[in-house]
Write a protein that binds this ligand. Structure first.
Ligand SMILES: [Fe+2]
Length: 202
């Protein structure tokens, strides 16, 4: 149990954030980022406690990537204020770097796998949420990769989501965008209940 584990990240996020949609966004980004962390742990041959320790910063960086956003949404302050707080509190470098890098305007280079996974998960998880919410069932289980690809080409749909950030994320991870969508979609389907995306039909 460390000061810088998931529970403490969740606590810090909730101290700064009251918006339910921002909290849901953090959980969706966490779900996708952690799926990549677990994949990377397997690739590195880690298991048990080692794998858990490896994946922990994927949880915390994702939960904290926008924790200052509600109080400081402007580009002059968002992420800068948050990272300052994380530094004061002593959060690990890897977490602070990933939080900085996810905001492209900081011009922080993507270095670690965590940096890339967080950036790649940020816009896509929001897009997948939007894809679920337009289904009659409002269920993430009814979303399919092909449908997501189609919606990406529909400029009127979820206009706030930058399509080029989704494809850039896949590029950073070195995988085709279809694979990236599939990875995040499956991860969010596994956590559908936590994310409130299990649908309305009982
Ligand atoms: Fe975000």
């Amino acid at each position: 149990m460390s000061m810088f584990d998931r529970a403490h990240a969740w606590q810090l996020l909730n101290e700064w954030t009251t918006s339910p949609s921002l909290l849901k966004h953090a959980l969706a980004v966490e779900t996708c980022t952690v799926a990549y962390g677990e994949q990377e742990a397997v690739r590195l041959g880690l298991s048990g406690d080692e794998a858990e320790a490896f994946v922990e910063p994927y949880h915390t960086a994702a939960l904290l990537h926008d924790f200052d956003y509600e109080r400081h949404p402007s580009l002059d302050e968002h992420v800068w204020v948050g990272v300052k707080v994380l530094t004061e509190q002593g959060w690990p470098d890897a977490v602070r770097h990933a939080v900085l890098a996810h905001a492209s305007y900081t011009s922080t280079p993507f270095e670690s796998h965590l940096d890339k996974a967080l950036f790649a998960s940020d816009e896509l998880s929001g897009f997948l949420t939007a894809c679920a919410l337009v289904k009659p069932s409002k269920s993430i289980h009814d979303v399919e990769v092909a449908g997501v690809r189609k919606k990406m080409k529909d400029k009127a749909f979820a206009r706030g989501v930058l399509r080029e950030d989704i494809t850039r994320g896949a590029d950073l991870l070195g995988i085709p965008v279809e694979e990236h969508i599939g990875n995040c979609l499956r991860a969010m389907q596994r956590e559908a209940v936590m994310l409130g995306l299990e649908g309305t039909s009982a």
